[in-house]
Write a protein that binds this ligand. Sequence first.
Ligand SMILES: N[C@@H](CCC(=O)N[C@@H](CS)C(=O)NCC(=O)O)C(=O)O
Length: 218
Amino acid sequence: MALELISFPLCPYVQRSIITLLHKQVGFTLTHIDLAHKPEWFLALSPMGKVPCLKIDEHTVLFESQVINEYLDETIAPALHPADPLKRAQHRAWIAFGSEILNDQFQMMIAQGEERFAASSRQLFDKLERLDKIMGDGPFFANEYFSLVDAALAPLFMRMEILHALRPLPRWESLGKLRRWTASLMELPEVAGSVTADFPDCLRNYISEKGSLFLRSA
Ligand SMILES: N[C@@H](CCC(=O)N[C@@H](CS)C(=O)NCC(=O)O)C(=O)O
């Protein structure tokens, strides 16, 4: 049975696994569900009711994007985690940090009031600045090679560029190393091909439907 990834088209965590699957050139099917109306079969499969879920066979399912990516990495070449245990642990730590940043980004996108918007933007950019400081010469996180950190953070950076186009974000503009890293990632076919061509419009519509301050005060 081919691998099946259960998805919601706008989910950055699903996108992490799509990028990894595309990078490793593994055949898989993508099944989209509506998170507002989760199907019964999905609720039976997914212990936390969240995407991504990777169906390995009729009876076996993995959940949690990082766990899915590590499983793919351990079973399908090329390895995208460093061989050295300490370096691997550091990569895992920055991926966890990336998940925190994704949460801040989401909170900023959907914030309805000034206070929530200001707080989530501050948290988002404080963390991005921290990441910018530790970033090396690139083009990728581990410099010359593409790693699971890149797969985990590319969805965040893709959204930053879309958000910046919708509403100028001066603090993003100032993060030179992250923006160069972003440009390197966006050129990769596995990153560009991890979303549909209308993804920027879909994201904009999603934010607009939420009635969030991000677009109202742009
Ligand atoms: N920690 C999870 C986060 C996954 C997650 O939050 N997915 C969201 C969509 S982006 C979801 O399925 N939400 C459904 C819900 O909360 O009801 C991972 O890395 O896979």
